[in-house]
Design a protein around this ligand. Structure first.
Ligand code: P6P
Length: 336
């Protein structure tokens, strides 16, 4: 499709020929884009509008919320609940499923989101992002329950993120490749800037929080030690390392130039009763769909993320994703 086309025109054209396409999906993506534009505006203004710093609250994870976490969640609800495109919304920032007010018309979709991922970076002006996952809503259900959201990642009809960095870029897949749209602030539209994004199969760049090294399982230790051994080691090449502590920024780098991102389970997380740090439903699943649609791979180290059967809306999983050859190497080490 023509570079420079708007997100709305792009989705209308994508929906043409899809049996029963009612335009609701295009409307839903427009609602999400409105929320992302409003979040981008606040992220960009920061201290000028008093949105930085901690809120007086914790989320369901027991983590200190930032003011912008709470505000971004409210902006997602505001943008999504009034237009009849969704039947329910789940968010990292809300304990339970958000039930739409009775007067709101219900739509065909369920949305799960991390309204502002990486928000610990907000106060230090490092890129953050919104992550979203879209499922079909069950027919005729006005108030979906948590069980209606607990579908494997393969059931997603679309997934995406909006990266609030030097540029504001919305990245989307509807199951037919990955496209990128850059926000033109002059007239407030996301314009198509890249289509059919592909992740290089090979890479020499890994992303992991090295401060957790003493807690890692042997397969992770083995893989990273080989990377650190460089060209003198058995990999025969030097590796570079990055760690932004903002998953959206890491995934965007990988989509752009390849790489492997790892947030594995480890002894410290296990001791706290956690299978991983990242959340399956609104971080791992949408990012895994995007990465796979761009030719990469996404596993827990032991199995494909998109095939996991969810048990709980906020459940955590280990995440290893990116350039296919490297993800398969690490995953093979787990199987030995
Ligand atoms: P750590 C942000 O809080 C996040 O959920 C991801 O975006 C990021 O990759 C990870 O956690 C960073 O975790 O332990 O390095 O702060």
């Amino acid at each position: 499709m023509r570079i420079g086309t708007t997100l709305t025109n792009y989705t209308i054209n994508k929906q043409k020929g899809i049996q029963g396409a009612s335009g609701t999906f295009t409307g839903l993506l427009n609602d999400i884009a409105v929320a992302c534009k409003r979040i981008a505006d606040l992220v960009n203004k920061g201290d000028l509008v008093g949105v930085l710093g901690a809120a007086e609250s914790e989320n369901v994870q027991g983590e200190q919320q930032k003011k912008l976490d709470v505000i971004s969640n409210e902006l997602m609800i505001e943008a999504l609940q009034h237009n009849g495109h969704i039947a329910g919304l789940a968010s990292e920032e809300m304990d339970d499923i958000h039930q739409l007010p009775d007067h709101c018309q219900r739509g065909n979709y369920l949305v799960l989101c991390d309204p502002l991922d990486g928000s610990s970076n907000i106060d230090v002006n490092v890129s953050v992002g919104t992550i979203f996952s879209i499922l079909k809503a069950p027919d005729g259900v006005r108030n979906p329950t948590q069980a209606d959201f607990l579908k494997p990642g393969t059931a997603q009809v679309a997934a995406g993120y909006c990266l609030y960095g030097p540029a504001t870029i919305l990245v989307l897949t509807t199951g037919d490749g990955v496209s990128m749209f850059t926000l033109n602030r002059d007239f407030g539209e996301f314009l198509l800037t890249r289509e059919n994004v592909r992740i290089p199969e090979e890479t020499a760049e890994f992303a992991i929080n090295m401060s957790n090294r003493r807690h890692w399982e042997p397969p992770v230790e083995r893989y990273i030690a080989e990377c650190l051994a460089g060209k003198e080691g058995q990999r025969g090449k030097d590796f570079n390392m990055r760690w932004v502590a903002s998953m959206v920024a890491e995934v965007h780098r990988i989509l752009t130039r390849g790489g492997i991102f790892m947030y594995p389970g480890d002894a410290k997380l296990s001791a706290a009763g956690k299978a991983g740090k990242l959340r399956l439903m609104y971080e791992a699943n949408p990012m895994a769909m995007i990465v796979e649609q761009a030719g990469g791979a996404a596993t827990t180290g032991r199995q494909r993320i998109l095939e996991l059967e969810p048990q709980e809306i906020h459940q955590r999983v280990p995440v290893i994703l990116g350039s296919r050859a490297e993800v398969e190497r690490v995953t093979s080490y787990h199987g030995e």
